[in-house]
Write a protein that binds this ligand. Structure first.
Ligand code: NAP
Ligand code: LUD
Length: 294
């Protein structure tokens, strides 16, 4: 059997179209457009790429983006001041501080300083806390986890009652995606680097979310026949045949897993584009909240 591809690139494009239409309608009604501040500290190539893609996506749907490219050696106090100024700026409805930040920066303090009303990444401890509790809706849900659920929903995958296994427990992916699956009434297992008999645990999964950052770690024989696989991993592996000298692979050995699973996301073109689409959605929702419109 060959699994059906869950085409994140195409689904994200549809969502961006929906957002663009809504931005247009709101602009006609209010004369205003949503604004996203994208804060980038330092020169990491991957972060630069992601922030560039996010700003381009904003422009395409009619959201204004404000770029703040800051030096690697910025002080904690200076970065805090940037965030506070953005909190006070009424044209900014979402604040994105791209992670990771340099080692000398206390990221917990920076993320905690973002106004929860503008926390479009959903990383503020209050938003994460609400996400983790029953019936306490956070203002914003983190983009990658939200994108994973959206991929399942838009592919007609039922979550309720299913055995879901999340590989990874990071603050930005594993933990929040697990909370979302739980709220949707999946039966949940969370795995991490100390999990014993990992292949056996993964084989229980009707729905597998892989977010470990280990190239092609999940092999075909770890997959339950008919499982749905959402592969969050983005790992660069050396490849002399490519112009850049590398190619991107997921945390799942795609060629093997697709012979066993019923549906699977590719890397690239799976979760990545959804992360960006969900950031646009959150920014639009932030603007609507600020303007008091539905
Ligand atoms: P992270 O912070 O490094 O967390 C990795 C998690 O995987 C940790 O919980 C770790 O366990 C667990 N882990 C690591 N090695 C393991 C192993 N051998 N066996 C079992 N568990 C293991 O990474 P992250 O930020 O969550 O990102 C994960 C991957 O997703 C990366 O490839 C990243 O590039 C990608 N990503 C993609 C998107 C997207 O939009 N597509 C967004 C975010 C991240 P411990 O907790 O025990 O250390
Ligand atoms: N920090 C994120 N750090 C890293 N891939 C992303 C990401 C797009 N504050 C904050 O944007 O949400 C965040 N908020 N993250 N990430 C990772 C994480 C952050 C990762 C991949 C992609 C965003 C993406 O579009 C493409 C794909 O998978 O198809 C490939 C892009 C390429 O390099 O060709």
């Amino acid at each position: 059997m060959t699994a059906e591809l869950i085409d994140g690139k195409a689904i994200a494009k549809t969502i961006r179209g929906e957002i663009a239409a809504e931005v247009e309608t709101l602009k006609a009604k209010t004369g205003k457009v949503p604004g996203l501040a994208a804060v980038l500290v330092g020169q990491r190539k991957d972060s630069q790429t992601y922030v560039r893609m996010k700003k381009k996506a904003c422009a395409e749907v009619g959201i204004t983006s404000f770029g703040h490219d800051l030096p690697e050696d910025i002080s904690q106090a200076e970065l805090l001041k940037v965030v506070q100024d953005l909190n006070a700026n009424p044209d900014v409805h979402g604040i994105l501080v791209q992670l990771p930040l340099p080692d000398h920066i206390d990221d917990e303090e920076i993320l905690g300083a973002i106004s929860i009303e503008k926390d479009v990444d959903g990383f503020h401890p209050i938003n994460i806390g609400r996400l983790s509790m029953k019936r306490r809706d956070p203002l914003f849900v983190p983009c990658t986890p939200k994108g994973c659920i959206e991929l399942l929903d838009r592919s007609g995958v039922e979550i309720e009652g299913k055995q879901a296994v999340v590989l990874g427990r990071s603050n930005i992916v594993g933990l929040p995606v697990a909370m979302l699956l739980l709220h949707r009434n999946a039966t949940l297992t969370i795995c991490h680097s100390r999990t014993k008999n990992l292949p056996d645990v993964v084989r229980q999964a009707d729905i597998l979310i892989a977010a470990v950052g280990r190239a092609e770690m999940v092999r075909g024989d770890w997959v339950k026949p008919g499982a749905v696989i959402i592969d969050v991993g983005v790992n660069a592996v050396d490849d002399a045949t490519k112009k850049k000298g590398y190619r991107l692979v997921g945390d799942v050995a795609f060629e093997e897993a697709k012979e066993v699973a019923s549906k699977i996301t590719p890397v690239p073109g799976g979760v990545g584009p959804m992360t960006i689409a969900m950031l646009l959605r959150n920014t639009l929702d932030g603007a609507k909240h600020a303007w008091g419109v539905e």
